[in-house]
Design a protein around this ligand. Structure first.
Ligand code: ZN
Length: 1007
């Protein structure tokens, strides 16, 4: 077979679009073929896909007025009394910007007229593209009013709702409350103006507007959009930040220079991250039996930064500089500038992220379509609380919603899981019940296993079936289960034996388990006990509650990973009871799965969320039997990994039973020498996995950073979301070793270290009393405060189940979900503009601005959506207008008491406001992590969820921690002590101290 060019998978039209091949004129002039097929989601709005017209390239000219949109931080000193607050002026006065831009363009090779390929290394010498770029400072330039034709689309899955009864101006007016004269969050000294401290909502809203109208070109811009901002990435050889984010996009040459910043050098990887509408699918490349070309020395995969020489006979590895021979099948001549003549036809040489099909050497077992095995708790508590009902309904909705009952001839069934993947069902209480689901049967056959000590799988056929062939058998079984077991009601479930059975059933193929559990499993082998009596917080005993020593659960976790199996749990504690998530969830955490936790499951309110989350779990991109390796250029080495996976020795590959679109991994690097500032630093992650449809592939992501002698440049290209993610994941990893209190102290120290390091080394002539924040880390302190107040690390009593759940969640969540978790998105719906929540003239949803998370921002009569990615609260002030309630919930709902406390969604009404809010909710649903968005009502003075609302107002004093203003005052005081040489660290063991003690071992792998 001649893999030249690589086979592009013809049977999967959506998996591959023509390679991105910008003409020498740059994509800006030619339009981007990659986006040409973007569907427009909004009915009635024309698809605007003309090319953007940024004459100067990556940033539109900045009008002088733009800067006024950003509060002038430097003038705040006087307002803030002793506590000056400034943001480094670098980046605000940018008189040389235009010149820099030209300097940047000039780096192109011969013939690069204006843009060429935007800094892509095209010849044998790696190009220094980053150092010459204009720093992309947050804030001001986002506000540029320059409009280019629409490229990106807000990612809505469904058409917009539109009201048949638009509201009049008068009606709008009746909903708007008057501002409350409540107390603002104030410092202990009462001098800090809370209006002028960096605003997280603003740091999201402004770039979100910008990226509605602009793409993110991955080579030209070196500071990714904030993680929460939807954007369309244009892959120019550097991976999209959706897959890979470096903490520093410019790396200091030495460990000493990095230490002066106190910042971690790390990479956040989310290898199967979802793409947004408007982004081309990741191409799948097949090089046949030889597999993708790789460096003979370090085994790095071919990528856009490998260079060709000797007329195309050699390729030089960008990681280790080894000159490899090009195999005859892969040979193509190079042009006079050293670029392969076929480069533009080869996605592996132009794109930062690609999938390679891999041959047999990469298999440990024959890849098959993913086996989904549902383990369903049918014991008494689960039946009584409606959890069993909800779980069965969720599976039916997942597999068959949108499916026609009787597909007409020639019409394909709408498959929710890909062809080749199969489904099996096991139920359990104190026994295990297997089901033969074969399509030929009238109904499922149950086989009961009563031997819990050594359970085996009593079925050889019919356990796993195609859910569309066996639809009748499966739906009838799932519909009958709640009724069947309501007559049996065994009070105690026995979990460990069923997990062992599930592993046996999947041993040959690997697969994914989805398991429900409605009570503490207190029966049979591996039974668990109430460990948390609620009195151990802030003691050494608390640490033990957050981990498990249980040999049975530890063993089954390891067996799962070895067999290529992972598990998601859906755990309901109907009476708020203890479930020992530390022990049970360990199995998910090790195997790459996830725990969905319903602490006070109440079926009328929570069934919708349960059902939507089962659906999400099964339909999101999932790979199994996965291994991961991260490589980096000479001079750097991996020092630590953080996330949920199995890692038996340092230096070995990370192992995942399963991995899905929502999972992220943090990787830390240390120096094993000095970097050459003339060369770039390269990173490559390679995830070997089997797709749900049964293909063995490697998802390869490449990311590059420039190198500078000192750290000043690094501060300009620091990625706040990546820094916060690395710090949060590392802190979460410490929970089993350290008291939560010590971790909080270490997080505070780290915050002071970073900001003091900046103050000491990189600021010029600011007055000594001024708190100076790096432009790109302006909201960093607030996010860390959010982390300190989160369930993961907050002070005071917190049930160990909730804490350990959140600890593991932080370790595995991506930067987008983390951003929301650390600072919720709050939207005032009583004061929406009449155009908010509808498409603008370019077809983009117009979102209202976010509200700061402080009660001082809450208006009398107001109604707010508060979304932290885990739950979405609809908070209603006691004086909310009856008109608003009726517009939102319908006639007969004019007062808070008339609302149903357990409603979890809005009714579909034809009022203006109802359509607006449903559109906004739809937007929020598409822009979050793994949790479904359903509403939870918090009516002032009526509902318990009000406490959650208060807890999430992270700028206020709550969760046993300071207000945002007080926190800044505290941090500032410690920075001043540090500058004066008088700081005493509360905790000597700073978070990153051990990271560099590991020695990275580079091992060749995968043949
Ligand atoms: Zn190499």
């Amino acid at each position: 077979m001649n893999p030249n060019p690589p086979q592009q998978r013809k049977n999967e039209p959506n998996k591959f679009r023509p390679p991105v091949a910008p003409s020498p004129g740059g994509y800006q002039q030619t339009g981007s073929p990659a986006f040409a097929q973007t569907p427009n989601q909004y009915i009635g709005t024309p698809s605007q896909l003309a090319s953007p017209t940024q004459e100067q390239g990556y940033f539109p000219p900045q009008p002088p007025s733009a800067q006024q949109n950003e509060p002038d931080m430097n003038n705040l000193t006087s307002q803030m009394g002793a506590v000056g607050l400034g943001v480094d002026g670098a980046g605000q006065q940018r008189t040389h910007k235009k010149k820099d831009r030209h300097a940047y363009h000039n780096i192109e090779g011969p013939g690069g007229s204006s843009q060429a390929f935007n800094g892509m290394p095209q010849s044998g010498t790696p190009t220094q593209f980053l150092n010459q770029n204009t720093p992309q400072m947050g804030g001001a330039q986002w506000a540029s009013p320059q409009i280019t034709p629409a490229m990106s689309q807000f990612p809505a899955a469904a058409p917009m709702f539109s009201p048949s009864n638009p509201a009049s101006n008068m009606q709008h007016a009746t909903r708007t409350g008057t501002p409350m004269t409540g107390s603002a969050a104030s410092s202990s000294q009462g001098r800090v103006d809370p209006e002028h401290i960096p605003s997280v909502p603003r740091s999201r809203d402004v770039p979100a507007k910008y990226y509605l109208e602009h793409v993110y070109p991955t080579m030209e811009h070196h500071l990714p959009p904030p993680a929460l901002v939807p954007f369309v990435a244009y892959d120019q050889g550097n991976s999209s930040p959706k897959f890979a984010r470096l903490t520093l996009n410019n790396i200091p040459a030495s460990a000493e220079a990095l230490a002066s910043t106190a910042l971690p050098l790390g990479l956040i990887l989310q290898p199967l991250a979802p793409l947004q509408e408007g982004e081309p699918a990741i191409p799948v490349l097949d090089f046949g039996e030889t597999g993708p070309p790789r460096c003979r020395r370090c085994r790095a995969y071919i990528n856009p930064f490998m260079t060709f020489r000797s007329g195309g006979n050699k390729f030089v590895c960008n990681m280790c500089t080894f000159p490899n021979d090009v195999s005859p099948e892969y040979f193509a001549p190079t042009d006079p500038s050293g670029v392969r003549v076929d480069r533009m036809q080869r996605p592996e040489l132009t794109l930062g992220t690609v999938d390679f099909m891999v041959p047999k050497e990469y298999w440990s077992k024959e890849p098959v379509g993913l086996r989904w095995l549902f383990l369903i708790d049918v014991s008494a508590e689960s039946v009584n609380r409606g959890f069993l009902d909800g779980f069965c309904e969720g599976i039916i909705n997942t597999l068959y919603s949108g499916d026609k009952d009787t597909p007409e001839d020639g019409e394909d069934i709408k498959r929710r899981i890909p062809p080749g993947s199969k489904v099996g069902i096991i139920t359990y209480d104190k026994e295990i019940h297997f089901y033969n689901l074969s399509a030929g049967l009238d109904h499922a056959q149950m086989l009961v296993m009563t031997d819990l000590e050594e359970p085996f799988v009593p079925l050889s056929e019919g356990l796993f079936v195609d859910p569309y062939e066996s639809k009748a058998v499966i739906t009838s079984l799932l519909t009958q289960l709640p009724q069947m077991f309501s007559e049996i009601k065994n009070p105690e479930p026995s979990l460990l034996p069923v997990l062992n059975s599930a592993v046996s059933a999947l041993k040959a193929t690997g697969g994914k388990i989805v398991c429900s559990l409605g009570a503490l499993p207190t029966w049979g082998p591996g039974r668990l006990f109430l460990r948390d009596d609620g009195n151990m917080h802030n003691t050494d005993a608390e640490k033990k509650l957050l981990t498990t020593e249980h040999p049975g659960y530890r063993k089954v976790a390891t067996q799962m990973v070895e067999s290529g199996v992972g598990i998601d749990f859906f755990m309901a504690a109907p009476s708020g009871g203890y479930l020992d998530i530390a022990t049970i969830g360990h199995v998910s955490a090790m195997s790459g799965g996830e725990v969905y936790y319903y602490p006070n499951f109440h079926s009328p309110r929570d069934t919708l969320k349960l059902s939507n989350e089962i659906q999400h779990t099964v339909t999101r991109e999932t790979g199994y039997q996965a291994l991961m390796k991260v490589r980096c250029s000479n001079g750097l080495q991996v020092s630590a990994y953080h996330g949920n996976f199995y890692h038996h020795t340092f230096g070995a590959d990370l192992e995942f039973g399963v991995i899905d679109a929502d999972k992220a991994i943090g990787v830390m690097f240390s120096y094993d020498g000095k970097l050459d500032p003339k060369l770039d630093a390269h990173f490559q992650s390679a995830l070997l996995y089997t797709t749900a449809s049964g293909e063995r592939r490697v998802r390869c992501s490449n990311i590059v950073a420039s190198v500078s002698e000192g750290a000043a440049e690094a501060m300009k290209f620091v990625d706040q979301d990546a820094v916060v993610s690395i710090i949060a994941k590392e802190a979460a990893a410490r929970v089993t070793e350290k008291n939560v209190k010590d971790i909080r102290a270490a997080l505070t120290e780290k915050t002071v270290d970073i900001l003091a390091g900046y103050r000491k080394n990189f600021t010029g002539n600011n007055p000594p009393g001024q708190l100076v924040l790096p432009e790109n880390l302006k909201e960093f302190s607030m996010y860390i405060l959010g982390l300190l107040k989160s369930r993961t690390f907050k002070g005071g009593k917190e049930p160990s189940d909730r804490r350990v759940h959140d600890v593991r969640m932080i370790k595995s969540m991506g930067p987008l979900e983390l951003s929301l978790y650390l600072y919720p998105r709050i939207i005032a719906i009583h004061s929406l503009d009449e155009k908010d929540g509808f498409a603008n003239e370019n077809g983009h949803l117009r979102m209202p601005e976010g509200v700061r998370a402080s009660f001082s921002k809450v208006e009398e009569g107001g109604a707010y959506l508060v979304d932290n990615g885990q739950m979405c609260i609809l908070w209603l002030h006691s004086q909310v207008s009856p008109n608003l309630l009726e517009d939102l919930f319908g006639e007969g709902h004019a007062s808070l008491k008339q609302l149903d406390a357990f409603s979890s969604s809005l009714p579909v009404l034809e009022t203006h406001l109802n359509a607006q809010v449903r559109n906004i909710l739809q937007y929020l649903q598409t822009n979050r992590g793994s949790k479904a968005l359903t509403l939870q009502l918090a009516r002032q003075g009526l509902d318990g969820a009000e406490y959650e609302f208060a807890r999430l107002l992270y700028e206020d004093r709550n969760n046993e921690a300071q207000s945002y203003v007080d926190w800044l005052v505290h941090v500032h005081r410690h920075i001043q002590l540090e500058l004066a040489g008088q700081r005493k660290k509360e905790n000597d063991d700073s978070l990153s101290s051990t990271a560099s003690t590991f020695v990275g071992l580079r091992t060749p792998y995968w043949g």
